[in-house]
Design a binder for this molecule. Structure first.
Ligand SMILES: O=P(O)(O)OC[C@H]1O[C@H](O[C@H]2O[C@H](CO)[C@@H](O)[C@H](O)[C@H]2O)[C@H](O)[C@@H](O)[C@@H]1O
Ligand SMILES: O=c1ccn([C@@H]2O[C@H](COP(=O)(O)OP(=O)(O)O)[C@@H](O)[C@H]2O)c(=O)[nH]1
Length: 662
C-alpha cells in the first residue's frame, strides 16, 4: 500500500464515494463506451466542488458489465476521468430498486414503510437488505483496492449507510465522512424501519455526519437517542464516550457555471427562440425527476385550479414541466408516470385549444444549455416537492434570472425553503388552493418586489456555493479528526462490566450517580413533554433494592427540574440533583442550592462568541454545571473514601458514575 501524507506539495487524496459516478456509461460498440453526466442534484452538487484535494470518485457506472475484458476497458476509460467503477451487476436490482429506493427512500421522505409483496418470495425485505449489505461491501472492496494511507473517504447518501462501519472495521484510522442528501425524518417515522438500529450504528462509526438542514440533523440525533439510548450533545452523538460529530452543511451549486452558460451563443439563441415561441405568454417552469417526492400531481392539480378560477389567464400562461425519467424499475415510479400523464391529458383537454396547450409535459432530460435557457426565460419557477433534501433546481433558477427576475414558488418541505425562503413564495404543496393563489401572486407581482426577492436569493445562492459546501465539510472533518485524536487520551474508558461487578460485590461503600432522561425514563415519543417524563416501571424494583442497600448511595443527577424529580423519586431513599446539579437534596429532605458561590462564569462570554445559537450555549452551560456538580460531589466523598484507589466510570448518555470502596 502506498502512503500519502500530503508532503512535498502533494495534494491530499479524497475518495468521494456515492452510488452513482458523476458520469454514466453506455455501450456503443465492442469495448467502446460513451459517457453522459449522471442525473440528480447529488452529482451536480459534487461537480461544483472544486477542491484542494486530489479527488477520485468511486461509484456505480450506470451499466451492468459481466465480461472481464469489457470491465477492464470501461475501468480504463473511467480512470481517465478519475472514476473508479463498482460493478454491482446481479445485486443492483435488489439493492438499488429494492432496498434503497423501495424502502429507505420512502421512509426518509415520510411516505412510510411500503408493504412487502407476499407473492414475490425472491424479493423480500430480507433479501433486499442482504443485497444492500453486499453492495456496500462491494463499495468497500473498490475503496480498499485503491486506498492509500492518509486518504479521506467521503461517503454519500442513504445508499451507503453500512460503509462507515465497514471502513472502520477494515482500518480504524481511515478518516470517514458521511453526508445525507435526503431529509432525515422524525423518529416516529424512522423507527418503523426493520433494520433501524443496525443502520444507525453503522453510520455512527463515521467521524463526521453531515445534513442539509438543522431539522434533519436534529431528527437524526433525537432518533439516535430514542432508538439507541445514546446521548445527543451540541457536538453530535455520544456513545460510550465516543463522539460522532453531527453538523449542518447546506449544499449549493456552482453559480458561475450557470451565469456563464446563459451568456454563451448557444444558450442566447435558445433563449431568443423560447421568447419568440412564448411571446405574450407567461412561462411557469417545473424541473424535477419524475419522483413520487416531487409533488408533480399536486402541481398539476394546483395549476388546474388556477386555470379554473382565473379564466382571464387561460391561453396567457403555460406550465412547462421537464419530468426527468428516473428509477423506472421501481413500481411506484411507473404508477406515477401513468398518473401524471392522465392529469396532463385531462387539464390540456379542459383548458387547451387547437393553438395552445396549458401544460407542456416532457418525459425526458434536456441538455445543460437548454436547461439554462429555460431557467432564464421562466417567469415563475414552481417547486412543489412533498419532501426534498435540498432541491438544487431552485438554486439554478435563481442563478439564471439576472435579466428576468422571476418568482420562485417553493414548497416549504424542500430543504431549500430554509435557505431561499426569504425571497421565495413558500407554499404547502398539498394545499392546492394555496399553491393556486401563489401562482397568481407570482404572476402579478410588481417588478420592484420581484427585484427585491431576487436580490436576496441571488446573494444566498452566490455565497453558499457547492465549493463552499465541500470546503466546509472537509474543514470540519479535519478538525474533528484532530480533536478526536487529542480526545482519545481524555475520553473515559468503556464500563469494564466484569470488573465492575466483581468490585461491586466486594465493596462496602459505593456511590452510583445516575442520569434520568434517557437513563431511567420509560420509552418516550417525540411528543413526550419534559413534565411527562416518567421512571421506567421495569427499573423500579432494582432501583429500590439499590437505594435500600446500606452500602450504596444513589444519586439521580438530571437536567430536569426539582418538581419532576420529586414526583418520580420522592419515595426512594436516595439523593436528588436537579437542573444538572444546581439543586440538591435527600429525597425526603429540603432542596438546597448547590451552585458554588465563587463559580467562574467567564466561559459564558466565550460561548456567546461562538455565535452558534442558543442551543449550543445552553448545552455548554448544562455540561459545565453538571461537571462542576460531579467534581463537587466527588470531593465531598473524598472525605470519607479514598478517591485515588477507585475506578471511576462516567458514561455520557447513560450518565452513570460508579465508584466504590471496600
Ligand atoms: O441517482 P438517482 O437514483 O437517479 O437519483 C438522483 C439523486 O436523487 C437524490 O438527490 C438528492 O440530492 C440533492 C443534492 O444534495 C438534493 O438537492 C435533493 O433534494 C435530493 O433528492 C438522491 O439523494 C441522490 O443520491 C441521487 O443521486
Ligand atoms: O434535464 C435535466 C433536468 C435537471 N437536471 C439536473 O438535476 C438536478 C436535480 O437536482 P435536485 O437537487 O433539484 O433534485 P434531485 O433530482 O437530486 O432529487 C439539478 O442539478 C438539475 O440541473 C439535469 O441534469 N437534467
Amino acid at each position: 500500500m502506498m502512503t500519502n501524507d500530503g508532503a512535498c506539495g502533494q495534494r491530499p487524496r479524497l475518495l468521494v464515494v456515492a452510488n452513482r459516478l458523476p458520469v454514466s456509461a453506455k455501450k456503443t460498440g465492442e469495448n467502446s463506451w460513451s459517457m453522459k453526466m449522471s442525473p440528480g442534484g447529488l452529482v451536480s452538487g459534487l461537480l461544483g466542488v472544486t477542491s484542494q484535494f486530489d479527488t477520485k470518485w468511486v461509484g456505480w457506472p450506470g451499466v451492468d458489465v459481466y465480461n472481464e475484458v469489457e470491465k477492464t476497458a470501461l475501468s480504463k476509460s473511467l480512470a481517465e476521468m478519475n472514476c473508479i467503477p463498482v460493478f454491482l451487476n446481479e445485486v443492483f436490482d435488489q439493492y438499488y430498486n429494492g432496498y434503497c429506493n423501495g424502502i429507505l427512500w420512502p421512509i426518509l421522505h415520510y411516505m412510510g414503510l411500503p408493504q412487502e409483496d407476499p407473492h414475490d418470495t425472491n424479493k423480500t425485505f430480507e433479501t433486499q437488505y442482504d443485497a444492500y449489505k453486499k453492495a456496500n461491501r462491494m463499495f468497500l472492496d473498490a475503496i480498499v483496492e485503491n486506498y492509500e494511507e492518509g486518504d479521506i473517504v467521503w461517503c454519500h447518501d442513504y445508499h451507503l449507510m453500512f460503509l462507515p462501519k465497514y471502513l472502520k472495521e477494515y482500518n480504524n484510522n481511515i478518516k470517514v465522512g458521511w453526508f445525507l442528501h435526503s431529509p432525515f425524518p422524525s423518529s416516529e417515522v424512522y423507527k418503523t424501519l426493520p433494520s433501524r438500529s443496525e443502520l444507525l450504528r453503522s453510520i455512527l462509526r463515521a467521524d463526521l455526519l453531515g445534513f442539509h438542514t438543522y431539522d434533519f440533523a436534529s431528527h437524526f440525533m433525537s432518533t439516535c437517542t430514542r432508538i439507541l439510548g445514546v446521548e445527543a450533545t451540541f457536538e453530535g452523538v455520544v456513545d460510550q464516550g465516543r463522539v460522532t460529530r453531527v453538523a449542518v452543511f447546506p449544499i449549493g451549486i456552482d453559480p458561475d457555471r450557470f451565469i456563464r452558460t446563459c451568456k454563451l451563443p448557444e444558450a442566447t439563441q435558445q433563449i431568443n427562440e423560447l421568447k419568440e415561441r412564448f411571446a405574450g405568454i407567461k412561462v411557469i417552469l417545473g424541473v424535477d425527476r419524475l419522483d413520487t417526492i416531487k409533488g408533480i400531481p399536486e402541481k398539476y392539480l394546483a395549476f388546474e385550479k388556477f386555470l379554473e378560477e382565473n379564466p382571464n389567464w387561460r391561453h396567457k400562461v403555460v406550465l412547462v414541466q421537464i419530468a426527468v425519467p428516473t428509477r423506472n424499475d421501481v413500481p411506484e415510479y411507473r404508477k406515477l408516470k401513468d398518473q401524471v400523464h392522465g392529469l396532463v391529458g385531462r387539464i390540456n383537454g379542459r383548458f387547451g385549444s387547437v393553438s395552445s396547450l396549458p401544460i407542456h409535459h416532457l418525459d425526458c432530460s434536456v441538455d445543460f444549455s437548454y436547461l439554462c435557457a429555460l431557467y432564464a426565460v421562466a417567469d415563475v419557477m414552481l417547486v412543489t416537492s412533498l419532501r426534498d433534501g435540498m432541491n438544487l433546481v431552485s438554486y439554478e433558477f435563481v442563478a439564471c434570472q439576472e435579466a428576468k427576475k422571476g418568482v420562485l414558488v417553493l414548497s416549504e418541505f424542500a430543504g431549500a425553503a430554509q435557505s431561499l425562503g426569504a425571497g421565495a413564495l413558500l407554499v404547502n404543496p398539498s394545499n392546492v388552493t394555496e399553491v393556486s393563489s401563489a401562482i397568481k401572486e407570482a404572476l402579478i407581482m410588481p417588478a420592484e418586489e420581484r427585484e427585491k426577492r431576487y436580490r436576496v436569493n441571488f446573494q444566498y445562492v452566490y455565497i453558499h456555493s457547492a465549493k463552499k459546501w465541500g470546503d466546509d465539510f472537509m474543514s470540519v472533518l479535519n478538525d474533528t479528526i484532530a480533536e478526536s485524536e487529542m480526545q482519545l487520551r481524555k475520553t473515559p474508558h468503556e464500563l469494564p462490566q466484569q470488573d465492575m461487578i466483581q468490585r461491586y460485590s466486594q465493596s462496602n461503600n459505593r456511590l452510583i450517580i445516575l442520569g434520568f432522561n434517557g437513563t431511567l425514563t420509560a420509552p418516550m415519543s417525540s411528543q413526550t413533554k419534559e413534565m411527562d417524563l416518567k421512571l421506567n416501571s421495569e427499573l423500579k424494583g432494582t432501583l429500590r433494592a439499590l437505594c435500600n442497600d446500606p452500602k450504596t448511595t444513589v444519586v439521580v443527577l438530571s437536567r430536569s427540574g426539582r418538581d419532576i424529580l420529586d414526583k418520580n423519586f420522592g419515595k426512594y431513599n436516595m439523593w436528588l440533583a436537579a437542573e444538572n446539579g444546581r439543586f440538591l437534596k435527600r429525597s425526603n429532605g429540603e432542596w438546597v442550592t448547590n451552585m458554588p458561590q465563587n463559580m467562574n462564569l467567564d466561559w459564558v462570554d466565550s460561548a456567546k462568541m461562538l455565535n452558534s445559537g442558543e442551543h449550543k450555549q445552553e448545552t455548554c452551560y448544562n455540561t459545565y454545571v453538571e461537571d462542576q456538580f460531579l467534581m463537587h460531589q466527588l470531593m465531598l466523598f473524598e472525605e470519607t473514601i479514598l478517591l485515588k484507589s477507585m475506578p471511576l466510570v462516567r458514561l455520557r448518555g447513560q450518565k452513570l458514575v460508579v465508584f466504590w470502596e471496600k
